[in-house]
Design a protein around this ligand. Structure first.
Ligand code: SAH
Length: 219
């Protein structure tokens, strides 16, 4: 299940789908995907499919995590990253290997707490977690080189665009409702240029915290 061979097979599948960045491939060898899913679903952890994580949410398909990670590394700057939608913490873990600092916001407290355990287990101490409405971003910690969203709003939220560094900051996220596209918006001063990457299926970005008060957690 957790063997190197199983992980190698997943990497071969990602390569077949067009993933090429060796730094991203290396992360898929390192990050133990089975610890992000319930034990009963452990056998699905290294298949290239989305897996339920409770509360109506899903751990994204490995291909899309890899694709978004490639886009982060291709951005003009990628030292300080904000993620909206910590979820299981899998995408967070991959990015923690690739960038200096990652800030991640989640609106469902139990998911945030489980993600923190998994990040601690891997000793990924360059991550800060916040329980909040991700539509607001994390203004105190910004501006960010890249903001990545793992849930889909109907359009790129202005508050997130405002928290990008002005010289080439990028917002990378799924946009749309019935029809969604992975989208990259690049900031140059007050100019924002949008490009569509490919069709995707993400859960919607929902406003507000599900329960409880906003909080910030160090690992
Ligand atoms: N990257 C995650 C994917 C989780 S699914 C993973 O690898 O597991 C998307 C996540 O976005 C869910 O956990 C959902 O609760 C969260 N989410 C949706 N809207 C949000 C918002 N406004 N603020 C913060 N998190 C949000």
């Amino acid at each position: 299940m957790t063997s190197q061979r199983t992980r190698q097979r997943l990497i071969e599948r990602l390569f077949a789908k067009g993933i090429r960045d060796p730094r991203v491939m290396e992360c898929f060898m390192k990050v133990p995907r089975h610890i992000f899913v319930d034990e009963a679903l452990g056998h699905k952890a290294y298949e290239d499919i989305a897996v339920p994580i409770g509360y109506g949410q899903t751990l994204s398909q490995p291909y899309i995590v890899a694709r978004m990670s490639e886009l982060v590394l291709a951005a003009p700057h990628h030292e300080r990253i904000l993620e909206i939608g910590t979820g299981s913490g899998f995408q967070t873990s991959v990015l923690a290997h690739l960038v200096d600092e990652i800030y991640s916001v989640e609106r469902i407290k139990p998911l945030q707490l489980k993600a923190r355990e998994r990040l601690r287990l891997q000793k990924l101490y360059n991550v800060r977690l916040k329980l909040d409405d991700g539509f607001l971003g994390w203004p105190d910690a910004g501006p960010f080189d890249v903001i990545i969203g793992t849930a889909a709003p109907d359009s790129p939220p202005q508050s997130l665009l405002d928290q990008l560094v002005p010289d080439g900051g990028q917002l990378i996220l799924p946009v749309g409702a019935a029809e969604q596209y992975l989208t990259v918006v690049e900031r140059q001063g007050d100019e924002f240029t949008e490009r569509r990457i490919e069709p995707v299926h993400f859960v919607p970005m929902l406003a507000g915290i599900q329960t409880g008060e906003t909080d910030t957690l160090r690992l």
